[in-house]
Ligand binder design. Structure first.
Ligand code: XLS
Ligand code: NI
Ligand code: NI
Length: 438
């Protein structure tokens, strides 16, 4: 018996008007030497998809996510069933979860762990049955009131220990399920006011937790990647993992930079006042590109709306970065996205994933076209050509000194920059590549 009254979603091409079909995502089509499925590595987010019921600050849920279960454990089992049916019907190969998404917390840590121990074998059996994989696991260290002042940065050592216990168990589960990654998103790792906060100690403690986690996981056979997911604000006013650059500085200070990559989320990038592309490029040029939480914010709203990504420009610029990084290794495109509160039917979940997957399929194809076209790359190459020879080559090789540069500049007498940056031209090239065939 199936939970969703929806058939398997097939690729029907851009002319199809069947809402429950892919228009652009054709899993086995080869783009850039790999199939779309291999390039995009889509993942389902367990929390939004199987737990999010539309609750917001002003109202209760609009969609029932108990999937016919009655007790908390029964509901947890039904969520597994629903999740795998959904991944199967959408042709999504991966999923991501927080510990709390997959099993009820119960009344104690012990009870929580017992509940997890009951659910994990069920998930494992379904992974085998449907041939699905775990992109990454994580621990929810932000929802329970005990984490009100933080988890790895809590002012209370007992809370810190509790958080560590959750991370340990979440790592055990991630390893057990063959997870390819483990994410730290600093849910409440930040502060509201420095009047009550010892920022130095909090950050030292956070680093200690990360170090312990890496040591523990590696000792227990975890081969995947560790990721930090930057976010500048929400829930706390100032989140410590503000953006990629801030996280890199933190990791380097504590000697953790070799152990972590980034999980970049589009909506978090824009909240930080950056483009999605900027965050991806910053990770890439620092050797820290890892995985992606695909979604989008709303230009008029200042919070993490986690909408399904439909902006094709952003998907294209994102995939351009992924291609430049050489593609995903252990990472993938996790839809950290939810249908709007008003999109409350189960069918809306399918329609939302279809829109996101089709947008990224377009993004991949268009990014590849931009690379093949070559005009943008060529422009950038020429723009910096003066560094290939003469004084430029001396700067790049490290031979130049302030004295030699000063002497050289004096010999030039007058220097004027006459070369245009040609932004409008380049943007029109992008439009031509994207819409040329219209
Ligand atoms: C919240 C985050 C969260 C992480 C996983 O804003 O995006 O969903 O991806 O804890
Ligand atoms: Ni996220
Ligand atoms: Ni988010």
């Amino acid at each position: 018996m199936s939970i969703f009254n929806v058939e398997k979603i097939k690729y029907e091409g851009p002319k199809s008007t069947n809402p429950l079909s892919f228009k652009y995502y054709n899993a086995d089509e080869v783009v850039g030497g790999k199939t779309m499925r291999e390039q995009l590595r889509f993942a389902m987010s367990y929390w939004h998809t199987l737990c999010g019921d539309g609750t917001d600050m002003f109202g209760i849920g609009t969609v029932d996510k108990s999937f016919g279960g009655l007790t908390p454990m029964e509901i947890a089992e039904k969520k597994v069933e629903a999740g795998f049916e959904l991944m199967d019907k959408l042709g999504i190969d991966y999923f991501c979860f927080h510990d709390k998404d997959i099993a009820p917390e119960g009344a104690s840590l012990k009870e929580f762990q017992d509940n997890l121990d009951k659910i994990v074998p069920i998930i494992k059996a379904n992974m085998k049955k449907y041939n699905k994989k775990l992109l990454w696991g994580t621990a929810n260290l932000f929802n329970n009131p005990r984490f009100v002042h933080g988890a790895g940065t809590a002012p209370n050592a007992d809370v810190y220990a509790y958080a560590a216990a959750q991370v340990k168990k979440a790592l055990d589960i991630t390893i057990e399920l063959g997870g390819e990654g483990y994410v730290f998103w600093g849910g409440r790792e930040g502060y509201e006011t420095l009047l009550n906060t010892d920022m130095g100690l909090e950050l030292d403690n956070m680093a200690r937790l990360l170090k312990m986690s890496v040591e523990y996981a590696r000792k227990n056979g975890f081969k995947g990647d560790f990721y930090i997911e930057p976010k500048p604000k929400e829930p706390t006013k100032h989140q410590y993992d503000f953006d990629t650059a801030t996280v890199l500085a933190f990791l380097r200070k504590y000697g953790l930079d070799k152990d972590f990559k980034m999980n970049i989320e589009a909506n978090h990038a824009t909240l930080a006042g950056h483009t999605f592309q900027h965050e991806l490029a910053t990770a890439r040029i620092n050797g820290a590109f890892g995985s992606i939480d695909a979604n989008q914010g709303d230009y008029l709203l200042g919070w993490d709306t986690d909408q399904f990504p439909t902006d094709v420009y952003n998907a294209t610029y994102c995939m351009l970065e992924v291609l430049k990084a050489g593609g995903f290794t252990n990472g993938g495109l996790n839809f950290d996205s939810k249908p709007r509160r008003g999109s409350m039917t189960h069918e809306d979940i399918f329609l939302s994933y279809i829109s996101g997957m089709d947008s990224f399929a377009l993004g991949l194809k268009l990014a590849y076209k931009i690379v093949e076209d070559g005009r943008i790359d060529e422009f950038v190459k020429n723009r910096y050509a003066s560094y290939n020879t003469g004084i430029g080559a001396e700067i790049v090789s490290g031979k130049a000194t302030l004295e030699s540069l000063s002497e050289y500049a004096l010999s030039l007498n007058v220097v004027e920059e006459k070369k245009s940056g040609a932004q409008e031209y380049l943007e029109s090239v992008i439009n031509q590549i994207m819409f040329g065939g219209i």
